[in-house]
Design a binder for this molecule. Sequence first.
Ligand code: 8YV
Length: 317
Amino acid sequence: MSAAASSTVLQIGPLMPALEVALREQHTVLTAQATTADAPLADSADAARVVAMVTSAPVGVPAAWLAQLPALKVVSSFGVGLDRLPLDAARAAGLPVGYTPDVLNDCVADLAMGLLIDGARRIAAADRFVRRGDWLQGRFPLSTRVSGKRLGVVGLGRIGQAVARRAAGFDMAIAYTKRSPAEGVAWRHEPSLLALAEWADFLVLTVAASPATHHLVNAEVLRALGPKGLLVNVARGSVVDEAALIACLQSGELGGAALDVFEDEPRVPAALLALDNVVLAPHMASGTHDTRQAMADLTLANLHAGLAGEPLPARAA
Ligand code: 8YV
């Protein structure tokens, strides 16, 4: 049995079942919920034994916990989002933090395109139409063409680039916002989000959540996207002012939205549930067997590298 095999790991929130099993096969696992900034464990003897924390991107780690686990060697997070991880505190403590970038790019981009096509062609609405028996009464209303349209990508990181590559296959004109132009891409850099929204037919959000991007997509941006425009969000709910989104959808100032993420998940506002020009998904963009297994493998690889004092395969801090 290696040193890692006998170590005590603190699991925060639920994880993918196969990852929970793998953790328990190799470690002593204690559990905690990240709903409070209080001490992670009631028993200080337990806290003294914890050498690693394993969490997921939507759950994260309260910053105050780092100082309360004196033997901590590594934090390993299942997911690419960093907004709930205490990166500054970890850096200050010299503590490595692992995450799972790249392995999910394709599946997140695939779902973004699926949501875009559904939002424009109204596949889920058509499914409801057929199931209700409405087809017996008449034809389904016409929808919006996808191919050849204008795509605006907000945040052209790894996932944004995967979305743009897919959209190129639909002959779309592609432009993006990003602090500075992305290297090695031919797509048009548009420094102004408002100008991008005015130009685009479809606006896809792939930007990371941070204080700087909180409510980046506000009423002004949504009105610029306009009554024929479609908003697709596979980033984080916090990037969009959800109250403004609902108001613009209800008034017709925005054509439609296709959303995988929300401000207060898993609670989706009743006003969104009531709108037929909205496609709703339960934060599932990375949720395929293939990708989640790759994420679990990388979460374990980061954990074990950190416990062994070796460089993490994917280190965020
Ligand atoms: C979650 C995500 O990790 O990677 C991210 O940042 O939000 C997702 O992939 C996944 O839903 C598991 O909770």
